[in-house]
Design a protein around this ligand. Sequence first.
Ligand SMILES: Cc1cc2nc3c(=O)[nH]c(=O)nc-3n(C[C@H](O)[C@H](O)[C@H](O)COP(=O)(O)O)c2cc1C
Length: 359
Amino acid sequence: MTEIPACPKLPAVQYGNLPLASRYLLSPLAGFTNLPFRRIIHGIGGVGLCTTDLVNARALLEGTSKSMELIATCPEDSPLSVQIFGSNPEEMMAAAQFLERRGVASVDINMGCPVSRITKGGAGAGMMCRPDETVHLAEQVVRSVQIPVTIKMRLGWDDQNITAPEFAKAFEQVGVAAIAIHGRTRAQGFSGTVSREGIRLVVEAVSKIPVIGNGDIRSVADAAVMFAETGCDGISIGRGALANPWIFHQLVAWEQGREIPPTGNFDQRLELLQKQFAYLVEQKGVERAIISFRKMGHWYLSAMRVAAWLRNEFQTARTPEEFEAAIRHIAELGPKYGDRNGVLPEFKIPVPSGPVERW
Ligand SMILES: Cc1cc2nc3c(=O)[nH]c(=O)nc-3n(C[C@H](O)[C@H](O)[C@H](O)COP(=O)(O)O)c2cc1C
């Protein structure tokens, strides 16, 4: 195993007046970072802040059932940041105020989503194409609430337009409390590698507010490189947390100079899967939970190295009896590769596929 350097000594991260318990944050992942998964992550410990999937500001104001489900929370899901998207300042301000009244700890503005359905309306990464309006919108949202307002963005629209550093500076001036930066451009989608140099430029562009580095962090070793090469104050982890929900807990052990605990073994992962499913049943009822857990189940079963035919049995279960039978078979047969009681071999982390335009 390669030697992991000691964790740099860094001041605690604070978003405005909101102190975070750790510098390791869960990155929003639409379709995954729902309340059941956030409860799992908080239950393991080590995470400083979880953010919801992106929520349409207008839908939030209309009170659609989907947006209400996305912002559903409970005491253990704290502190919670809700990520909103939209291009209309009035709607974004009203959505932030609505969230503040509901007791949300922080509001995050999505400026990074590359999906054309979102960017076409001028939201998500589309906001990077209209700098003056975007900074003004951020300022209006900041002024409309007392809770911290943060921004999540990419490095820029494409390689010729690396605008994140200028944006970060302007956002700090209008009172944005922190920036999370995914080290890719919109044009890159999820291809290629994260530019840590690009993240560093954002860190250097601001004077006080925390910058959270994001992209491709799968392990404590990856986090160490992110801190060393960018000087960021914290990191956020998306897909790495789906593959290894213990990652935040491991990072805190590393920071405290303790031995890094191993990732969960087969049985511990199965236990977590069942717990997350039970939380989902609480929220949606068993019939809807079975269907909507398939996406997440894919991550658990891939990480557990479950054989393809068993994964298929799980993915096609429709009734509680079929679901339970699939779980029973998975528990009996164990992993196809690796040791049931040890650290399982890594699997290839998927990325959203297809051209950015069609996402
Ligand atoms: C399936 C999926 C859904 C995502 N949804 C969101 C989202 O709702 N809001 C957002 O700001 N970023 C979203 N992202 C981007 C992630 O938050 C993160 O920036 C990106 O995945 C890189 O980090 P990672 O390598 O740790 O996953 C999404 C990414 C994926 C793969």
